[in-house]
Each structure stands twice: as C-alpha cells, then as structure tokens.
Design a protein around this ligand. Structure first.
Ligand SMILES: [Zn+2]
Length: 213
C-alpha cells in the first residue's frame, strides 16, 4: 500500500540577532520557516505553497512573530521622548505667541524648561521653527497635535505640560486674556477638565503671591 500525507519541514532562513522581548536584551536567534510538504512513505517530496515563519531566541527558546526582528525598544523610547518634547515645546510656544508679544523673558522660560526636561540646550533653529509653526497654525490645529502626541502621557505628565505653559504665560508680567484662552485650549487638548485647570491656576496664583509677600 502507498502511504502518503503531508508534514511541516522546518528550515533556517537566517541566523541573526535581535532584541528578545522575553530576555529583554540582544540575543542570537534563528529566523525559521516552516513549509508544508506532500510526503510519500513519510518522505517530503513536493513543497506545498503554504508556509509560515517565526523567530526563535537562542537564549530562552521562545518563538516570536517575524516582526520581533524589527523590535527596538530604544527606538521606541526615543520616539516617545520626541513626542513628549514636542508637547511641552508646542504648549509653551502657544502661550508665548498668544497675545502677539514675544518677550525675551518668555523665551528664557522656554529654554529653561526645555533644559530641565531634556538636560540639553534648546537649539536656536528648533525654537525658531517651533515659533514659525505655532504662528502659522491656528490654536485649534496646534491643540489637535498636542492631543494626538500627549495620548501616552499620564495625568502627572499632562499637568506638568499645563504648568509649563502657564509659567511662560506669567513670564511677561501678567496672564493676559488671550494667554488664558490659549491655556484653556491647551488644557482641553490634554484632556483636563475646566475645574482641574482652574484649580492649578488658583494654586499657582497663591504660590506666586506667597513668594511676593
Ligand atoms: Zn529570549
């Protein structure tokens, strides 16, 4: 009698290295391919069209989807940092540009805040570009970007952005009506309630008065 069937034959497509999601470090891995073969007397003789691929970590032996080869936690971290920087910078530039008066003291606050969050000096070009973009876009358009990029931030982060924007608004001596309106737009984009924003504004006012007294 003729014995026929099909079975999967595993071959190594590539030996490479990747950041193993389980080991959380760089490790050697095999990029494997499983191909189904038509078998005769248990011997694979005809490759069938279907195949699947996976990546196997040599350290922990776990298998992952081939997408794991491109997994780069450091790149994800850098991307996240760039998003956070953008949110801070845009919120502060928005309040600075709110009433059309760009004060040297406001620019100084932005530089300080940037340095405090990133431990790097804000490049002049980046600041100029940011100001140009902010003046070109409507407050709503900028708020839309803030809303989008702030999505992964938690409440503390969002509050810190709001506070940073407020410090810039105060830096020219007073918070004008235009600056306050923009602050509220920013807070809304950050998902804060009016009561929450009011609370921060009040406590900030009390702090400033206490320092002045
Ligand atoms: Zn592993």
């Amino acid at each position: 009698m003729i014995i026929w069937g099909s079975r999967g034959v595993t071959s190594i497509k590539a030996r490479t290295r990747f950041i193993c999601p389980v080991c959380q470090c760089e490790s050697a891995c095999d990029h494997k391919r499983v191909r189904r073969f038509f078998t005769l007397y248990f011997i694979p003789i005809i490759p069938l069209g279907t195949h699947s691929e996976y990546v196997e970590c040599k350290k922990c032996g776990k298998a992952f989807e081939p997408e794991a080869l491109a997994h780069d936690p450091a790149a994800a971290g850098r991307e996240m940092q760039a998003m956070i920087e953008f949110v801070f910078l845009r919120a502060m530039t928005m309040t600075m540009c709110a009433d059309g008066n760009l004060h040297e003291s406001q620019i100084a606050r932005i530089r300080e805040a940037y340095q405090a969050t990133t431990s790097e000096e804000l490049p002049e070009e980046a600041l100029q570009g940011e100001m140009k973009d902010t003046l070109r876009l409507s407050a709503d358009a900028s708020a839309g970007l803030i809303e989008q990029y702030a999505a992964p931030m938690n409440n503390e982060g969002r509050e810190a952005v709001f506070r940073a924007a407020m410090v810039v608004a105060e830096a020219d001596g007073d918070v004008s009506a235009e600056e306050m309106a923009v602050l509220m737009t920013i807070g809304q984009a950050l998902g804060m309630t009016a009561a929450h924003m009011q609370g921060i504004v009040m406590s900030r006012r009390a702090e400033t008065e206490a320092t002045e007294a």
